[in-house]
Write a protein that binds this ligand. Sequence first.
Ligand SMILES: *[C@@H]1O[C@H](CO)[C@@H](O)[C@H](O)[C@H]1NC(C)=O
Ligand SMILES: *[C@@H]1O[C@H](CO)[C@@H](O)[C@H](O)[C@H]1NC(C)=O
Ligand SMILES: *[C@@H]1O[C@H](CO)[C@@H](O)[C@H](O)[C@H]1NC(C)=O
Length: 182
Amino acid sequence: MAKGLAVLMSVLLFVLAAPSKADTQDGPGSSSHGGSAPTHIHFYFHDKITGPSPSAVKVVNPPNNTSLTSFGVMFVMDDPLTEGPDPASKPVGRAQGMYLSADQARIGFLQAMNIVLTVGPYNGSMITVLGSNHINDNIREMPVVGGTGAFRFARGYAQAHTHFLDPNRLDAIVEYNVYVFH
Ligand SMILES: *[C@@H]1O[C@H](CO)[C@@H](O)[C@H](O)[C@H]1NC(C)=O
Ligand SMILES: *[C@@H]1O[C@H](CO)[C@@H](O)[C@H](O)[C@H]1NC(C)=O
Ligand SMILES: *[C@@H]1O[C@H](CO)[C@@H](O)[C@H](O)[C@H]1NC(C)=O
């Protein structure tokens, strides 16, 4: 609790000391980049593991069924990214990579992916994300560790929030806010 409060206080102080111009829906930007605001990228991620044309496939099974968190399971994804939550809304890119269960205590994945943008000024550029995704948390934060094209030298963070989860099939629509300096 005390630690959480300390973190909150330092975040608040940081915001007061250095307001960001970014459209910060879920969190502060950082002003450590010569005072300029990070680029904010917003999209919806569609992870479909069922049906005839899944966008994510299980490639490794856990060794047995005793793990409540499917510890060891691994999926490879090539998930469509769209402007809005509707899968039929404008496509803006793909999330290509993998996620694997890496927590034995609660459901949490190590997620490694390239966000490949296919429209607008960033068409053809990639943002690389590597982080921890505990899917039952409201907001999950994952570091941006690099990029290509417009995102060379990228650093920043992505925040994921589940917009919709099919309770039976586990297909998910996840809202992403990505803040990058590049
Ligand atoms: C299956 O899980 C049990 C209980 O966690 C463990 O003792 C056993 O070694 C596991 N088997 C394999 C093949 O991983
Ligand atoms: C888990 O158990 C079910 C039912 O016994 C079986 O069909 C399935 O193949 C098992 N999965 C793994 C990953 O061992
Ligand atoms: C994105 O770039 C590709 C490759 O240069 C091009 O074929 C495509 O038309 C571009 N898409 C948009 C929406 O600009």
